[in-house]
Design a protein around this ligand. Structure first.
Ligand SMILES: Cc1cc2nc3c(=O)[nH]c(=O)nc-3n(C[C@H](O)[C@H](O)[C@H](O)COP(=O)(O)O)c2cc1C
Length: 354
């Protein structure tokens, strides 16, 4: 069974050996599922996908829909399966099961800032317990032969212990480390500390992906230059602008990245509606689901916040389609970078992006 993982591992190795930055789509719970992977692949897509996290605890069973995103992945690009949890036997059991599927590697989440997660000493909460991280990574490294990676933040409520964390990570023959340049306490809104990602890239023996606020091809190369990272992981920027991976590659070839027109963005929104619809999903739930994406996309459409506000108030697909057409039926190019839209205190995830 493990043989099924090999083509994906080879594809990832090949990309890591090349000179251009390796591009990953960030895992985003309830957002970057298989339907979204398939959609973004049509726009060029990343080099590697990360699954939403599998919740791992003593009695956990791998979530069926996340398993399906692995077994039914039709993008042809490698997938890394992410785990969240702190129960070592359960993590080992789950990693061994996932190793039998076509995954290129297993990733441990050390960054989730949701209180319900970190209070249980999982996700970002583990950053308060470095000996536990040490023990988990030792057990996972011994348990699997495929790649093992970590996605981390800089620390829990301060980056003061980041060097110590790097020392722990460096001990475990990791294949990849992604650094989101914020602490857990900073959630998604503070500035990203790219200089600390640079420190990780310099100190770790494995490739590092820089993560946080990458919102355009030009910014992507600036982050690569500032951090010395082997590649980039992009989340919200790719939801807002699914062309971003193609644009980064264009810039890498010395071409001017092609910006989509309003009508092309409109077509993306229609494709997103189609991709997220399922027969059993009632219209109201579908509209709610679309709003998870529109929170990010809305920041790139116009600066006053009216598009975002009206999208959030919509109660039917017809209202959404009408709104989309009102703003996007034009042929002017759209950079889809975050505009200074006024955001409320509750806009924690949409956040500030610069
Ligand atoms: C709605 C949402 C869900 C997320 N879910 C996950 C997740 O399941 N696993 C994970 O490691 N990070 C998760 N993240 C964090 C992202 O992977 C990424 O680190 C973060 O958004 C910063 O990157 P960006 O500025 O490119 O979006 C999530 C972020 C958001 C906004």
């Amino acid at each position: 069974m493990i043989a099924t993982a090999r083509p994906a591992v080879a594809a990832l190795d090949q990309r890591l050996a090349q000179l251009e930055p390796v591009l990953a789509l960030a895992p985003m719970q309830d957002v970057t599922d298989l339907a979204f992977w398939r959609l973004i692949h049509r726009y060029g897509g990343p080099d590697v996908y990360f699954t939403e996290y599998f919740r791992v605890y003593a009695t956990s069973v791998p979530e069926k829909w996340i398993v399906r995103s692995i077994t039914e992945n039709s993008t042809g690009r490698p997938v890394i399966a992410q785990l969240i949890g702190n129960d070592i036997p359960a993590l080992v059991r789950t990693a061994r099961f996932l190793e039998t599927l076509p995954v290129a590697g297993i990733d441990l989440n050390l960054g989730c800032p949701a209180p319900v997660v970190y209070r249980k000493c999982a996700g970002g909460g583990l950053l308060r317990d470095l000996p536990r991280i040490d023990a988990i990574l030792a057990a996972l490294r011994a348990a699997i032969t495929i790649k093992l990676s970590v996605k981390t933040r800089l620390g829990f409520d301060s980056a003061a212990g980041f060097d110590e964390l790097l020392t722990v990570l460096a001990r475990h023959s990791l294949d990849l480390v992604t650094v989101h340049g914020r602490t857990v306490a900073e959630m998604y809104r503070s500035l990203v500390q790219y200089e600390l990602i640079a420190r990780a890239a310099a100190r770790l023996p494995c490739p590092v992906l820089a993560n946080g606020n990458v919102h355009s091809a030009a910014h992507a190369y600036e982050v690569v230059r500032r951090t010395g990272a082997r590649g980039l992981m992009i989340g919200r920027g790719a939801i807002r602008n699914p062309w971003i991976f193609a644009q980064i590659r264009q810039l890498g070839r010395g071409e001017t990245p092609r910006l989509p027109t309003g009508r092309e963005v409109l077509a993306y929104l229609h494709a997103l509606c189609e991709a997220t619809a399922t027969p059993e999903l009632r219209e109201q739930s579908h509209v709610q689901r679309l709003k998870k994406y529109l929170n990010y996309i809305g920041l790139g459409v116009e600066a006053t916040g009216r598009f975002l506000d009206r999208a959030r108030r919509a109660t039917s697909r017809a209202q959404l389609f009408h709104l989309f057409a009102e703003y996007l039926e034009h042929d002017s190019p759209l950079p889809l970078e975050p505009l200074p839209v006024p955001l409320g205190q509750r806009d924690l995830l949409a956040g500030e992006h610069r």
